[in-house]
Design a protein around this ligand. Structure first.
Ligand code: PEP
Ligand code: MG
Length: 844
């Protein structure tokens, strides 16, 4: 630590002083880079305002910075947007690393040329090392080059932040710099400002060179250029969040409008030569249209506040306005799914922890915007770090709602997005707020890098009835706006510049699809009987009363899976008995006494935590305290649920189903609790009790479970993930985690055989049951009931009516001997072509 002498800064130019606040460039006027002054020049040679070493002179000659021996750092920037002149009109008289005397000429410039070719000639002199100063002249009016202007108050030089040691630091993926002029003053300032928001020590690397990411001058000294490959490294508590945020910021252009480039590993040349990008289907269908890239606006926030009182007021007004705006979005939402998302956003805004964090920062002198952003970002980082898919989605929600409030604080209006017709929206991640205001008449589909089948983009795409693909490689962000693409969500493919034949085929398919849907809908009321007279029950997977009603209207023969979690999630206390009981009864009444209602007991825990059921953090939540395990550990929760479900007995043919059963003892304990609750209610007859088959152990021991259950329902989603050891939501494994894998099929076959030996029925309620291609296979394996997603009831019923049971049995036996899911799918496609009238069948 050294104490500098009083230091005078001289005018680097002759000209007229202008207040920094009036500079028509936010990065300078907001003092993000540093405080200082602005001169409208009348001379054409920029001179050193202090003695020191040239710490950076931009190749383009429009900016230079000097660091003196005490660490005082002054940046001079000639003109606005002069980086675009690429050196024309500037002559550099000094080199980086050169020691210069006060008053020494640094850069000559052609004022006429610059005035004509750049936005402005206004020249900035900024103390970027942050020392406070006092004025030695009036703050406006004429000055002569070399005239003393500022006096820097002695202050302690902040020791340079240690660079993270290799080994202790985390590194981001390489990012190809998209900025046309590299990280010049403005984007460098945005980047450094963002880096300062983290406590970790952070470096920006360009090949062998690295710079302190919190130092604007150091970043500028890296002399980055368009297309440079950069990496961020960080060491410290929030290092992970820092590298993620800063790498994303770099890729997005640090506040400049850029064409986003692909990451290095996906080499740009490769992107242009690729014809197909592969991801995961998030919402079925296909569309041909043009690329529209959607990027979240980068907002600039000043760090210090006016006063805690004023900043508290800003925050509170913005929060009120955000809640109102979310209410309007809820009211206008397209269906329950979308409304629920905005409801969850409103709840996030009521989170006292978040508000306390922001208020503490405001009270420490920060601006409302800065405080709010810091609070939301750190909470989102916490959610993400817990390694839980559901909480990671919450982090995305928080980022979305955080941005909404920040815009309100800053008075930034949401720019209405002007979309061309036939837009295929491409984004790193599409937020609910971005999709809410969209003109869906112009949007044909979504394609994103982030998100999985359960992400919000997937939910919203399904609500809009639009095809969507998630988990695409990052090259997709490098596609130019207007590129013609064919989005085939069913295959999880985005075809670039497709052949005319492929487009025509798609359009022809769409026509056939429409006709087919009409036909299916018209016949939805018919029973699902195969051509040779075998009846299969087609029931619905539901999670609300509205879905129960819709299922009945679409020909559903009952409910094969009521996911009762909907009553428990997204709230801070357990649902009351009356609330639960009235919901179950209303659903049962909708079905009536002749139809099956299978209520699955609470399947939460691990991956779907409940706020009011505190649980320890788990390393592998999918292998942890979920489903029946959680309920048996908290029997009171299960007892309450049994009691509420039992209150609907008699209104429908009531079945109770236990999720995630792996042990006979779990089934026995649960039955015991159920019997006790039924007895307490004076019920003489117990509802049917069954288990889900979604853990391989249960499928393999189905023969031992069968005598003790009334039915099985196979949850192919979880059964597949546990059989193949592949996370069902993993974006890169999703295409392999396929329920058509012969290993999963063998477990289904084993379950059916065991159940039928004891006269018990078997349903399938995983997503596989909703696939038309699976219909002959599941029928052939002997499955008695298919519980499907509500809108697909008519399609699955129609698919059953098109096959013969004997054919189905033959193909099922055949595919059990195959090697892979692809082989199974191919065999089923061929079988369908050979046995069914293909004029009414579509390739989906
Ligand atoms: C399944 O695992 O297949 C299933 C139906 O349960 P969920 O998707 O609710 O886990
Ligand atoms: Mg499951």
């Amino acid at each position: 630590m050294a104490t500098p002498q009083q230091l005078q800064l001289l005018a680097p130019l002759s000209g007229v002083l202008m207040p920094l606040d009036q500079v028509p460039d936010q990065v300078f006027s907001s003092r993000v880079i540093g405080d200082g002054l602005c001169i409208d020049p009348t001379s054409q040679t920029l001179c050193a305002p202090l003695a020191g070493v040239i710490s950076n002179v931009q190749v383009s000659g429009h900016a230079v910075s000097i660091t003196d021996d005490n660490g005082v750092q002054v940046l001079m920037h000639i003109g606005l947007d002069t980086v675009n002149l690429a050196g024309k009109g500037f002559t550099r008289l000094v080199e980086e690393g050169q020691r210069v005397a006060v008053g020494q000429a640094l850069i000559e410039f052609d004022a006429d040329y610059i005035a004509l070719n750049a936005r402005s000639l206004l020249t900035l002199m900024l103390v970027v090392s942050g020392e406070p100063f006092t004025w030695l002249t009036p703050e406006t009016g004429g000055v002569e080059s070399g005239q003393p202007l500022l006096s820097l108050n002695p202050s302690e030089v902040v020791a340079a932040e240690p660079m993270p040691e290799e080994g202790e630091a985390l590194f981001s993926k390489p990012v190809t710099l998209p900025n046309a002029n590299g990280l010049h003053a403005r984007p460098a300032a945005v980047f450094a400002q963002a880096a300062k928001g983290f406590s970790a020590s952070i470096c920006l690397h360009k090949q062998q060179d690295s710079a302190n990411a919190k130092s604007l001058v150091a970043i500028m000294a890296l002399q980055t250029a368009h297309g440079d490959i950069l990496q961020v490294s960080a060491a410290g508590a929030d290092a992970e969040m820092a590298i993620k945020t800063l790498a994303e910021l770099l890729a997005a252009g640090c506040g400049e409008t850029v064409t986003v480039m692909a990451e290095v590993e996906t080499v740009a040349a490769e992107a242009s030569s690729l014809k197909v990008l592969r991801g995961v289907c998030a919402s079925p269908g296909a569309a041909f249209g043009q690329v529209v890239q959607i990027a979240e606006q980068t907002l600039e926030v000043s760090e210090s506040g006016v006063s805690p009182q004023v900043e508290r007021e800003y925050l509170s007004l913005a929060l009120v306005a955000a809640v109102l705006a979310l209410q309007q979005l809820r009211d206008k939402a397209t269906g329950d799914a979308q409304a629920d998302i905005f409801k969850a956003h409103q709840e996030l805004l009521e989170d006292p922890g978040l508000l306390d964090q922001a208020l503490a920062l405001i009270d420490a002198g920060k601006s409302a915007g800065f405080a709010w952003r810091a609070a939301t970002e750190s909470t989102a980082a916490l959610f993400k770090s817990l390694g839980n898919a559901l909480l990671a989605e919450r982090a995305a929600d928080l980022a979305d709602v955080g941005q909404r409030v920040l815009k309100l604080i800053l008075g930034v209006e949401d720019r209405a997005m002007e979309l061309p017709d036939g837009a295929i929206l491409i984004a790193e991640q599409l937020t609910p707020s971005q999709t809410a205001g969209l003109d869906t008449r112009k949007v044909l589909g979504f394609a994103t890098v982030g998100g999985g089948a359960t992400s919000h983009v997937a939910i919203l795409a399904r609500a809009f009835g639009l095809p969507a693909i998630c988990g695409l490689p990052v090259q997709v962000l490098a596609l130019a706006n207007g590129t013609r693409v064919l989005l085939d969500a069913d295959k999880g493919e985005l075809q670039l510049d497709p052949e005319l034949a492929a487009i025509e085929q798609l359009q022809a398919n769409r026509q056939r699809q429409k006709k087919r849907q009409q036909y299916e809908l018209e016949n939805a009321g018919l029973a699902a009987c195969t051509r040779d007279g075998h009846h299969v029950e087609i029931t619905a997977n539901i999670a609300s009363l509205a879905e129960a009603e819709q299922a009945m209207a679409l020909g559903g023969e009952g409910v094969g899976l009521l996911r009762s979690e909907f009553l428990y999630l997204d709230r801070n206390h357990a649902p009351s008995h009356d609330e639960q009981a009235s919901t179950y009864s209303a659903i049962a009444r909708t079905l009536g006494p002749a139809r099956n209602l299978v209520v699955r007991t609470l399947d939460v825990g691990g991956d779907k935590p409940l706020a009011y059921v505190p649980m320890e953090r788990e390393t592998n939540p999918f292998l942890g305290m979920r489903g029946i395990r959680l309920c048996l550990e908290r029997p009171q929760l299960l007892r309450h649920q049994f009691k509420a479900i039992l209150s609907s007995a008699g209104l429908a043919r009531l079945h109770i189903m236990l999720p995630m059963v792996a042990q006979l003892s779990e089934l026995r304990q649960a039955r015991q609790l159920l019997e006790e609750e039924a007895l307490a209610l004076g019920l003489t007859e117990l509802p049917k009790l069954g288990i889900m088959i979604e853990v391989p152990a249960a499928a393999l021991m189905a023969d031992l479970f069968t005598p003790e259950v009334d039915f099985f329902s196979i949850g192919t989603n979880d059964l597949t993930q546990y059989t193949l050891a592949m996370d069902r939501d993993h974006p890169r494994l999703a295409s392999q985690a396929d329920s058509f894998h012969p290993a999963v099929l063998r477990l289904i076959a084993n379950t059916v055989k065991a159940a039928h030996a004891h006269g018990k029925w078997v349903g399938v309620c995983g997503a596989m049951a909703s696939e038309k291609l699976a219909v002959p296979l599941l029928l052939g394996l002997g499955v008695d009931e298919l519980s499907v997603s509500v809108p697909l009831i008519p399609a699955i019923k129609a698919a059953v009516r098109e096959v013969d049971l004997l054919d189905c049995q033959a193909i099922a036996q055949q595919v059990l001997g195959l090697e892979s899911a692809e082989q199974v799918r191919e065999a089923l496609r061929l079988h369908r072509e050979a046995t069914v009238d293909t004029s009414l069948i579509l390739e989906n």
